[in-house]
Design a protein around this ligand. Structure first.
Ligand SMILES: NC(=O)c1ccc[n+]([C@@H]2O[C@H](COP(=O)([O-])OP(=O)(O)OC[C@H]3O[C@@H](n4cnc5c(N)ncnc54)[C@H](O)[C@@H]3O)[C@@H](O)[C@H]2O)c1
Length: 442
């Protein structure tokens, strides 16, 4: 099929590339010229395992093209995805300006019937509004092209995006007509041959499904974090409790970790956006508000503990920090707990030496001009002369380092393990003062 993707970010680029890899003819469009120039040259604007190979192959074969020119991208399109950002507005609601702006721009340029697929995470009712915006523009143009608007939320995880897109647990589409459903079935047929379902439903339920999925996962994380705090107070170990409950098949092991709080471009904003949506619909959202509150508290927890360890005064202290991305296998630092921790410690007078395997470029841009934040060349470099070391993102590379060497490099052998990656007793044996989350201190 002939597909256009508007918005070539994490979601748009992965969507366009994977659709091209199934033989579709795809145009990825974006307003960011620098991003499109990079892609044209074969450079990836983001780090995502497996993405570069797929982009290169499909680009070279001519099935995947990049442009800033929306009219050219739409010239022959049958299906057009909208995958632009929906960042939080000041009141927490999703800012849909980009989505509606793109809807209008498409209606202004389309030359034939089009199925418009909203892949951005959007509040319930947005697809109806996208359709209204487009119909108004088409009427103004006196163009009679048929428009179908489909909701197709994306469930990919950064770091596993390609795998998730090519072999999804399920695909959700919300449609208002049999024509739109047929179009989505044709497009997605190759992706559901693993037996996982293509779930066709009404548009509003599909829009809601995305928020429901994200807040369910965020709730598990905040609940585990709250349980971890209780564990500490009563002398239990959250890692043991995790084993004890995760083996219950009704609960399951995944997303059952206490840690430094959730970040990323989705959970924080989607929890807030659903809470706003509920408020606008005159519904209480007590659980959602608590999930967000617990998470904000959890993101401060490590920094507060480090400050307490320093007796409340971090001036002149040096803190090593491992992991800047909001989770491993991505370079995305949006809403990362590391940013909150660094800000708090810097405000308290500490100097930070941080290292991340992939997020250093993004961190360099983010911390430009902040003298108290140094970007280290390696995990050991980050720990050099440190009064304390914090593990914030559980990259594999931090698992099995030479802890003897580390101890020799540090000013004081103190580890705050924000992801419970290390064995308490082993750390103690090595001579570290070890502080996990939800575990008795060593
Ligand atoms: N990142 C994820 O893991 C993920 C997963 C599922 C769903 N989502 C949702 O998908 C949407 C996109 O997220 P993302 O992480 O890919 O965002 P992103 O910021 O990485 O990408 C958005 C892209 O849209 C482009 N853009 C903005 N306005 C445009 C316009 N008028 N015309 C063309 N391009 C324009 C931007 O330049 C940017 O490249 C959001 O609604 C997000 O909530 C994200």
């Amino acid at each position: 099929m002939r597909v256009t993707v508007v918005g070539t970010g994490y979601v748009g680029l992965v969507t366009g590339t994977c659709l091209a890899d199934m033989g579709n003819d795809v145009y990825c469009q974006d307003v960011a010229e620098e991003k499109i120039d990079k892609l044209e040259k074969g450079e990836m604007p983001i780090f995502e395992p497996g993405l570069a190979e797929l982009v290169t192959r499909n680009h070279q074969d001519g099935r995947l093209r990049f442009t800033t020119d929306l009219a050219a991208a739409l010239a022959n399109a049958e299906v057009c995805f909208i995958a632009v950002g929906t960042p939080p507005d000041e009141d927490g609601s999703a800012d849909r300006r980009h989505v509606f702006g793109v809807a209008k721009a498409i209606a202004l340029r389309m030359q034939q019937p089009l199925v418009v697929v909203v892949k951005s995470t959007v509040p319930v009712g947005t697809c109806d509004q996208v359709r209204a915006v487009m119909m108004e523009e088409l009427e103004r143009r006196q163009a009679g092209h048929a428009v179908e608007v489909v909701s197709n939320p994306e469930f990919l995880k950064e770091g596993k995006a390609i795998e998730d897109f090519l072999r999804p647990d399920r695909i959700v589409v919300g449609v208002a007509s049999a024509t739109a459903a047929d179009c989505m079935r044709r497009l997605y047929e190759p992706f559901v041959q693993n037996g996982h379902p293509l779930l066709v439903m009404d548009v509003r339920s599909s829009e809601m499904t995305k928020y429901a999925a994200n807040v369910m996962l965020a709730t598990r994380i905040s609940l585990m974090n709250e349980l971890a705090t209780v564990c500490e107070r009563v002398g239990a170990d959250i890692m043991e409790v995790r084993r004890g409950i995760g083996t219950d098949r009704r609960i399951g092991m995944s997303f059952l970790y206490a840690g430094a709080g959730y970040g990323g471009s989705c959970f924080p904003k989607d929890v807030k956006a659903l809470s706003r949506m509920a408020a606008e619909a005159d519904c209480p959202a007590d659980i959602l508000d608590a999930v967000d509150k617990v998470n904000r508290h959890q993101k401060m927890l490590l920094a507060n503990r480090v400050l307490k360890h320093f007796g409340g005064d971090a001036r002149g202290r040096r803190v090593g920090l491992w992991g800047l991305a909001f989770k491993p296998m991505t370079d995305d630092i949006r809403e990362s707990p590391a940013l909150v921790i660094i800000k708090r410690l810097v405000e308290a007078g500490a100097t930070i030496s941080a290292y991340d395997p992939e997020a250093m470029d993004n961190a360099r841009a983010y911390f430009a001009g902040v003298k108290q934040v140094e970007l280290a060349k390696s995990p050991y470099d980050a720990a050099k002369d440190a009064d304390a070391l914090l593990l914030v993102t559980e990259w594999g590379v931090f698992r099995s380092l030479d802890f003897e060497r580390l101890k020799a490099l540090m000013k004081a052998p103190v580890i705050f393990d924000g992801r419970n990656q290390y064995e308490r007793r082993e750390m103690k044996r090595l001579g570290f003062s070890y502080h996990g989350i939800g575990r008795p201190a060593s």
